[in-house]
Write a protein that binds this ligand. Structure first.
Ligand SMILES: NC(=O)C[C@H](N)C(=O)O
Length: 320
């Protein structure tokens, strides 16, 4: 018998459609009444929040982290249900801050509980199966949706409405569920887990574009932010004006982290001219190779919260 802790947080998976076809949160989470019985799984269910995932932030993620840490000796796994809009951020936060061997599985839905073709209950059942499976241990946080298993580190929401929205463009799908089997295709590289988080740090994410000037970067530097993530062009390049803005930030000792605004691939210094990645790195910007802007924001938040030295912060952010 496997004992699984279920933490419902809200999102479309626990919402319903009203008479006008609009999706809303109800007083009751329909998943709590749902019949999900597996002969070998015992559930303990907690409605930790009932929020759309746009209302979830690092303080809620920290609450989840604490609840899961407390649970590690009493349960064989955890399933979290969550809205899909920020699901990858909660998954990444927990993956980066929790060192536990039992499976932590996050799932959600793209269609609410009473819509035709609703995927919530199916994904919930799949998540429970994955969490109760021994092959899911020691894999960090896992996202299960639409018969696929993804690693929190690589997964991202790729479509606004399609049920096949979650994908791992860089690494590929980590595993699959069939009717009878759970199959993993690869193991993940080691990651550094750091548990302290100061949720009050101010770290904006900015997307680069053709013709970007440095004005906003300078304003942010003067506003004494704790760090900034720039979703740069291509492999990690900026306009000349934006590069000067980066220099201004760095002169004020504000950490600048470069990721790519491209949907796929690794950000790395390649071009040696003003605004090119090589010069950005030489001037002190840090490349976070394999993650998107919102995940890099959480990683910088965690790195700064643990008071990492400059060198350590660099290797931490570089790491896959
Ligand atoms: N499909 C969803 O769950 C989207 C919803 N807006 C949420 O993130 O809460």
């Amino acid at each position: 018998m496997k004992k699984i802790l279920v933490l419902h947080t809200g999102g479309t998976i626990s919402m319903h459609e009203d008479a006008d076809g609009d999706v809303e949160t109800g007083a009751e989470n329909p998943l709590v009444q749902a019949k999900v019985t597996f002969p070998n799984i015992e559930l303990e269910v907690e409605n930790i929040f009932n929020l759309p995932s746009e209302h979830i932030g690092p303080s809620h993620m920290l609450q989840l982290q604490k609840r899961i840490s407390e649970a590690k000796n009493d349960f064989d796994g955890v399933v979290i249900t969550h809205g899909t809009d920020t699901l990858e951020e909660t998954a990444f936060f927990l993956d980066s801050t929790l060192k536990v061997s039992f499976p932590i599985v996050i799932t959600g839905a793209m269609r609410s509980s009473n819509e035709l073709g609703s995927d919530g209950l199916y994904n919930y059942q799949s998540a429970l199966r994955v969490a109760a499976d021994d092959t899911s241990k020691n894999r960090g946080v896992i996202v299960v949706m639409n018969d696929e298993i993804h690693a929190a580190r690589f997964v991202t929401k790729t479509h606004t409405t399609n049920v096949a929205t979650f994908a791992s463009p860089l690494s590929g799908t980590m595993g699959l569920l069939t009717k009878r089997q759970i199959i993993y295709f690869y193991d993940l590289p080691q990651r550094e887990v750091l548990s302290d988080v100061d949720i009050n740090k101010n770290i904006p994410v900015l997307k680069a574009y053709a013709g970007m000037d440095g004005q906003l970067l300078k304003l942010l530097a003067d506003a004494n932010i704790d760090g900034i993530i720039i979703e740069a062009l291509g492999a990690g390049n900026l306009s000349r004006e934006a590069a000067r803005g980066v220099e201004y930030l760095l002169a004020k000792n504000t950490p600048v982290v470069i990721v790519s605004r491209s949907f796929n691939g690794v950000a790395a210094p390649v071009y040696d001219y003003l605004g090119g990645g090589v010069q950005l790195e030489k001037s002190g910007a840090i490349f976070a190779s394999s993650i998107n802007g919102p995940k890099a924001r959480l990683k910088l938040l965690i790195g700064l919260s643990n008071n990492l030295s400059k060198e350590h912060l660099e290797t931490y952010l570089h790491g896959i």
